[in-house]
Design a protein. Structure first.
Ligand code: AMP
Ligand code: ZN
Length: 114
């Protein structure tokens, strides 16, 4: 998708600090981190949101979590704790319409979502 910022990052047309990439996913630092560790794990395929996910994407979504888990360990979060968040749609505050999983951690977070 030409006008999608995450597609442009995946293809190398737009800058980002990429921390992991393989055939299926790319992970990079969020440009506006809300926690000391804030990494986005995105599928290389342009999928707009969880609303567009189909059964054929099941392995890809599982892989996104496996990669997030590896990055959590690499950032020393496995014992401290972390969150994996996927915002979907306007009321959840989704602002980039290319599916992405937020790995956030490195500070204590409030128990409830606000
Ligand atoms: P969401 O609100 O769940 O759609 O999250 C989108 C996230 O993408 C936000 O946390 C933004 O800070 C982040 N973001 C937007 N543009 C970029 C970019 N060019 N590089 C890295 N992160 C970005
Ligand atoms: Zn895209």
């Amino acid at each position: 998708m030409k006008d999608c910022i995450f597609c442009r990052i995946i293809s190398g047309e737009a800058p980002a600090t990429i921390v992991f990439a393989d055939e299926f996913v790319t992970a990079f630092y969020d440009i506006h981190p809300i926690t000391p560790v804030h990494i986005l794990v995105v599928p290389n395929e342009h999928i707009e949101s969880v609303n567009e996910v189909e059964e054929k994407h099941a392995a890809l979504l599982g892989h996104m979590i496996v990669v997030a888990r590896q990055l959590a360990f690499a950032n020393g979060l496995d014992q401290r704790g972390y969150r994996l968040v996927i915002n979907t749609g306007p009321e959840a505050g989704q602002s980039v319409f290319h599916l992405h999983l937020h790995l956030i951690g490195g500070r204590r977070m409030p128990f409830r979502f606000q």
